[in-house]
Design a protein around this ligand. Sequence first.
Ligand code: NAD
Length: 275
Amino acid sequence: MGTVNYDFSDETVIVTGGTSGIGREVALRYGEAGATVINADMREEPKEDDLSAPTHKAIEDAGGEATYVETDVSDPEQVGSVVEAAREFGGVDVMVNNAGIYRDAALTETDADEFDQVMAINVRGVFAGCRAAARDMLDRGVEGSIVNTASISSEYAQLGHTMYDASKGAVMMITRVAALELARHDIRVNAVAPGIIRTTFGQGNPDVDEELGDGFLLDDADLPDLRGQDIEPTVPMGRMATPDEVAGAYLFLASDDASYVNGHLLYVDGGYQIL
Ligand code: NAD
């Protein structure tokens, strides 16, 4: 099978949630493609049980340039500061709004504060990233690209997923509305919709690690077990994916090869959405 070597040299890419999982692999791939990468995450070092080495070191080892800016994406001011920081490198060309958390509970057990927390990170964070990048690109009069991390949950409901699916549905619509509004300014907005990817997902936010335990966690015996083994048969390809199988989609959507792709949700899900 062939591989694609993208060239993002002279471009500055911000990846939110670039310390682990999908975001880390995306940051790494942009770095390998020559971009200056800014990892905007709440934590610089991966957790001990993470699958990865620190993002920026890996990028530097690959010959790229990387910077870490501690950022809580639920705070629009902090997101604005990251975009501002990118000016030091010529300004943001590609904004990847990827940071997100996973929570599940049966609807009747869903806590309103937890609901707000998921929305603050997964929805307000993506809104803030789109808005800050768009404002900056418009101010500078440059073209650019925004790629959000949606999910199969953007369009497909799952038991116990009120919070998460609602948040990812919103990401899909933010992507579409932003694409409409920015199209005439040559700023394209798209989203990658990953399926079930092997990451430390669910444990990404240090504030909630303790309470979350081991990630894909469901206490309610009536709900399906989402912790890996039982979920794989539900995927047409019969397996989860690794983050490196998803990362290329983020480079494609921001590349010139995708110059007429706009407002699109690109599924990378082993065929899950067919079902
Ligand atoms: P992950 O937990 O490995 O990575 C998430 C990263 O986001 C972590 O580095 C974490 O520190 C960071 N983060 C969390 N809250 C943050 C905040 N408030 N501000 C800044 N950074 C924050 O998880 P992942 O699986 O790589 O998830 C990345 C994205 O992919 C998420 O948006 C998630 O919803 C989405 N996604 C994941 C899967 C999957 O199966 N893993 C499937 C579909 C979509």
